[in-house]
Design a protein around this ligand. Structure first.
Ligand code: ADP
Length: 277
């Protein structure tokens, strides 16, 4: 073979290799940039309650809180800001664990009891509301079998339910829907949470799954959240190769849709006859 051809081939594979390295390098840079931004956002978010706590304790120490009710107000603020920091640290730890991308313990998962438990929990915590478990369309709930880490999927549902209770007016109804969408290998197991609250505007809807993002209304009303609940939802569902999205509930409100891939579970092998030698 002519050395020229050999050289040409070598150069082609070298170029291909360089292109691969370039892509990997860019991905690495992007992921490091994301991580830096995350750390800087986290520090900023933790600093805010800290400043409040320090401010009130200094006022107290300098005797600037004259009346007992001023002291009570200051202590109340210190307590709620400390609680918020605690919640944020918990959420940050959860996200850090998910970022490590340790393999999940995936087991056969049925979304029906999870949807059912969500309904029972909501009825207990918000007795003023009507909460219903419904099929995806009209059919009875029968979600496709899927694989998942049950505790984590329950956390996903808990975060979305917590938001629904927090951001919608007392007494407004809620629905949990479970079922299967699509057919064959494209089928997905679905769990939906529908509320009839204020909904999420288009501008915010594009961002609510981002870390620390809170719609202005939540910031100004200060509902005490961390802005990490839906980021955790997205990370967990992503680690299951599933999707989560938000759309408007017909007639107004928010619907969160979680889809997990349909998994054909292998038949269990027949038990070997016991005691046979
Ligand atoms: P947090 O609730 O701690 O602020 P999340 O990540 O759970 O953070 O939610 C992000 C934002 O999305 C909230 O601050 C709120 O503005 C908005 N949001 C979430 N769920 C709902 C809902 N069911 N109805 C209206 N707004 C919602």
């Amino acid at each position: 073979e002519a050395p020229g051809t050999e050289l040409g081939r070598l150069s082609t594979s070298l170029n291909a290799m360089l292109a691969h390295i370039e892509v990997a390098f860019q991905a690495r840079m992007a992921s490091e940039a994301r991580m830096r931004r995350f750390i800087s956002d986290a520090s900023h978010e933790l600093r805010t309650p800290l400043v409040t706590i320090r401010g009130f304790s200094e006022l107290y120490r300098h005797g600037a809180l004259a009346k007992p009710e001023d002291v009570a107000t200051a202590m109340g603020r210190i307590e709620s800001e400390a609680k918020r920091m605690g919640a944020m640290v918990e959420d940050l730890l959860t996200l850090a664990r998910l970022d490590e991308q340790r393999p999940l313990t995936l087991k056969p998962l049925d979304l029906l009891p999870i949807g059912h438990d969500a309904v029972v929990d909501m009825r207990a915590t918000a007795p003023d509301r009507t909460v219903r478990l419904v099929g995806l369309d009209r059919d009875t709930p029968a979600p496709a079998p899927t694989l998942g880490d049950e505790a984590r999927i329950r956390q996903v549902v808990g975060n979305i339910v917590g938001n629904a209770l927090q951001y919608t007016p007392p007494g407004s109804p809620l629905e949990v829907a479970v079922g299967t969408r699509g057919a064959g290998p494209q089928a997905v197991a679905v769990l939906e949470l529908r509320d009839h609250g204020p909904g999420i505007g288009e501008k915010d809807a594009a961002k609510i799954f981002e870390r620390f993002y809170r719609a202005d209304s939540s910031r100004t009303r200060d509902t005490g959240g961390t802005g990490l609940g839906l980021a955790i939802v997205a990370a967990i569902v992503g680690s299951h190769h599933g999707t989560v999205r938000h759309h408007d509930t017909p007639g107004g409100g928010s619907t969160f849709v979680i889809e997990l891939p349909y998994v054909v579970l292998p038949e269990r092998p027949a038990e070997p006859p016991s005691g046979a030698d």
